[in-house]
Design a protein around this ligand. Structure first.
Ligand code: ADP
Length: 647
């Protein structure tokens, strides 16, 4: 086939643009990226080779680097899985991850003048980083199990060309036509032996396959006994060095491995460009033996909440042999952001993904690791609250998904929950801290859910609590609606929504008094409440007097156990058919509007304005909780009429 030119997908063009024009000074990372890709490709070939011997490589797996100072090229060659022509087009030229478009738009907005490749590093832009150091990249590849090879060439502008190529064995060769070295720009001379050697040592030492490079050594002429000949000739000799130690980092004693080495290892396996937030190691002994090295990334991947989050799961090794990438069954879904490696001694090698899910050993490992991760986070919370808050900011909402199901980890996850609260404007609080501050007569942990902190703080439901000095947690993640949708308890304290049920605050005497007062008022208001109920009957299931309002006239609440309006909306969004739930309209008997309204009603129960006021009170209650009116035009007209009369 002759050569054909193709346009990059728009997203790729944008990425390349960010990449090439960025002022990013750590350009050396391109080599880490290409070596990681080569190592992944070898992993994949070995994995396929396990079930299909014809896929296995003829020779030992290796990654070879070749420098050519004259041609000014650096070549990276592997005998991994390779790519078919279609795969080249799919993998190199397109980005298929969902959410990429929005993410890029955001990245551009944020970093208009100085694009930040660490931000885009999380994409799997690894390959494109070659264009930071090269003005042309040639890639030749042949998929294991196929006869034909493909050549891909691009200068990193808008397009690339594809043509057929020759190749003896499967694998991939990438040739970089290097830009001129430029110290200021962070560009080294990548045809120099020591430059390449240092980069490999720094970024890729633990790569499990040998990274080899031909080097030249100059030696003095020696005699037959191996002694240097005085005044003898200088002899140029070539040798092939292995540049990396290949030591499995998770097998080395913890104290032997530096933070930096852990960091580089993380970047290698996760294709992330930023340091991890923290790492943890764990050894399982007894019935199942395994060692794990796990990482919490420092930022959440942009597709963390996409159902098909593209990079999750751990790498699974058995006795140091790579088995599979992204093994998703080793972590519960609510810890899907955890990355790392697990090396088991004896997982029965049922390598199909479906089998893994049911594997008892895998389940045992999952249980162990989950406990370990949660315990480590609890420790972090104690020992380094600031770092923990960073963690919580990135992954808190995901962690809370773990509270949606019944499980034996509930209490542990609740230990980890941080929430905004009325106690402090800025600082988040833990449940333990909340409980410590609880009033003597307080028997529940109060919370309010909503779409934003501001909205919740403004909601009328909170008034009595604030006035009486009861702290309220402000929970505003979508997931909060879900896990709090069923009864929850922490350290024998009920978690109670202040937007549901009746409010009963204070000491026993105070409660008694409030109750008495309310009973008295009820008798005064009965007929008015009935009237309002009849007007609003289609929309509310009850109109009653409130003990939770102090300055607002009205609010809407649910019965204990009712879905919150947000949860109801979320369930609808997800396509569930649920009947619309009527709520309760609570009115503040001490509010001037209510007093006047009652006066008017007592004078003339048939007064037409009562209906209007009923509508207005209801509309106000809807708006106060940040919800939308069913009939905004009608509401607005009523307000206008009212103003006309008032002026
Ligand atoms: P990432 O490696 O983070 O997924 P890259 O842009 O580096 O993103 O690579 C995109 C894809 O191209 C890889 O996922 C892989 O499928 C393919 N690829 C890259 N390099 C190689 C290689 N040396 N051998 C085989 N496939 C490769």
């Amino acid at each position: 086939m002759s050569s054909n030119t193709f346009e990059f997908q728009a997203e790729v063009r944008q990425l390349l643009d960010l990449m090439v024009h960025s002022l990013y000074s750590h350009k050396d990372v391109f080599l880490r990226e290409l070596i990681s890709n080569a190592s992944d490709a070898i992993d994949k070939r070995r994995f396929e080779g396990l079930t299909d011997a014809s896929m296995a490589a003829a020779g030992d797996p290796e990654i070879v680097l070749e420098r050519d100072p004259e041609a000014r090229t650096l070549t990276i060659r592997d005998n991994g899985i390779g790519m078919s022509r279609d795969e080249v087009m799919e993998n190199i030229g397109t980005i298929a991850r969902s959410g990429t478009q929005e993410f890029l738009a955001r990245a551009r907005e944020l970093k208009q003048d100085n694009p930040d490749p660490e931000l885009i590093g999380q994409f799997g832009v690894g390959f494109y980083s070659a264009f930071m150091v090269a003005d042309r990249v040639d890639l030749e590849t042949r998929r294991a199990g196929e006869e034909t090879a493909t050549r891909w060439i691009s200068t990193g502008d808008g397009s690339y060309t594809l043509s057929d190529a020759e190749r003896d064995d499967a694998g991939t060769t990438i040739t970089l036509h290097l830009r001129a070295a430029d110290e200021e720009d962070g560009l080294q001379d990548y045809t120099e032996e020591w430059v390449v050697r240092e980069i490999v040592k720094k970024f890729s030492d633990f790569v499990a396959y040998p990274i080899r490079m031909k080097v030249e050594r100059t030696e003095q002429e020696k005699d037959a006994d191996g002694n240097i000949v005085e005044g003898g000739a200088e002899i140029q000799r070539e040798q092939v060095d292995t540049l990396n130690s290949m030591k499995a980092i998770w097998r080395r004693p913890k104290d032997d491995v530096s933070e930096e080495e852990y960091s580089e290892f993380y970047k290698h396996i996760c294709h992330d460009w930023s340091d991890p937030l923290l790492h943890l190691t764990s050894k399982m002994e007894g019935a199942f033996e395994a060692s794990a090295l796990l990482f919490v990334p420092s930022t959440s991947p942009f597709d963390l909440h996409h159902p098909e989050m593209s990079r999750k799961g751990l790498q699974l090794y058995v006795k140091r042999v790579f088995i599979m990438d992204e093994c998703r069954d080793l972590m519960p879904d609510y810890l899907r952001f955890i990355r790392g490696v697990i090396d088991a001694e004896d997982v029965s090698l049922n390598i199909s993904r479906e089998m893994l899910q049911k594997d008892r050993q895998i389940q045992a490992i999952q249980k162990h690791l989950t406990k370990k991760v949660l315990d480590t986070l609890v420790d972090l919370h104690k020992d380094d609250p600031e770092k923990y808050r960073t963690f919580w900011g990135e992954f808190g909402p995901v962690l809370k998904e773990g509270l949606m199901a019944f499980g034996d980890r509930q209490e542990r996850i609740l230990d980890l929950v941080l929430a905004a609260s009325t106690n402090d404007e800025k600082e988040l609080t833990s449940l333990d801290q909340y409980i410590e501050r609880m009033k003597e007569d307080q028997d529940a942990v109060y919370y309010m859910t909503g779409t934003s902190r501001e909205a919740v703080l403004q909601s009328p439901h909170i008034e009595a609590f604030r006035e009486k000095g009861y702290e309220v947690l402000l929970l505003t993640d979508r997931v909060d609606e879900v896990w709090l949708g069923r009864p929850q308890e922490y350290k024998e304290k009920k978690l109670q929504s202040i937007g549901h049920g009746e409010v009963d605050l204070g000491s026993d005497e105070e409660k008694e008094e409030t109750k008495k007062e309310l009973e008295e008022k009820k008798t005064e208001f009965t007929t008015l409440l009935e009237k309002l109920q009849s007007v609003l009957d289609e929309r509310v299931k009850e109109v009653r007097l409130s003990t939770r309002l102090t300055s607002s006239a009205a609010c809407l609440v649910g019965d204990t156990g009712d879905l919150s309006p947000q949860l109801e909306a979320m369930m609808r969004e997800s396509g569930q058919k649920i009947p619309s739930m009527k709520r309760i309209l609570e009115l503040n008997p001490d509010h001037a509007v209510l007093a006047k309204l009652r006066g008017r009603f007592d004078e003339n129960p048939e007064d037409e304005s009562i209906t209007e006021f009923a509508e207005l009170l209801y509309g106000q209650a809807v708006l106060a909780e940040g919800a939308e009116l069913e009939d905004p035009a009608g509401f607005s007209k009523r307000v206008a009429d009212l103003m006309t009369k008032a002026i």
